[in-house]
Write a new protein. Structure first.
Length: 127
């Protein structure tokens, strides 16, 4: 089986606290995944970039890279920009296999979380 590395790709922000929060969340996820290296990366407005983290995982002996797009909706970054980045990385790292996972859009798990949050107070105030 190929050694797999995983990257959670967020948009990024000019605000340092947002980057720290995202990085901390990915670290918590990484502890739960446990079976692979899981790293944060930023599409824009932050570092490390996707290419930075691909280099890290390749240097760690990973042969397969899974990129989870941590975006709520399928806008231009998802439909055009990120796939182009992945194609460039495929050219730069022909020895690596890349898997690009979908965004959170229409994910039933996210919908369940929203329902749980809305009903967390027992539905008080609902008519």
């Amino acid at each position: 089986m190929k050694k797999t590395g995983m990257i959670v790709l967020g948009h990024g922000s000019r605000r340092a606290e947002v980057a720290l929060s995202f990085t901390a969340m990915v670290a918590r996820v990484a502890r739960q995944v446990g079976c692979a290296l899981v790293l944060p990366a930023f599409f824009s407005l932050g570092e490390p970039t996707l290419a930075d983290q691909v280099r890290v995982l390749a240097s760690q002996g990973c042969e397969r890279i899974v990129v989870m797009q941590y975006f709520l909706y399928n806008g231009v970054h998802i439909e055009k920009d990120i796939p182009e980045m992945i194609e460039g990385l495929r050219r730069d790292f022909p020895q690596l296999e890349f898997t690009l996972q979908p965004t959170l859009e229409d994910d039933p798990a996210l919908e369940r979380l929203i329902v749980e949050r809305l009903l967390a107070d027992g539905g008080r105030g609902l008519s």
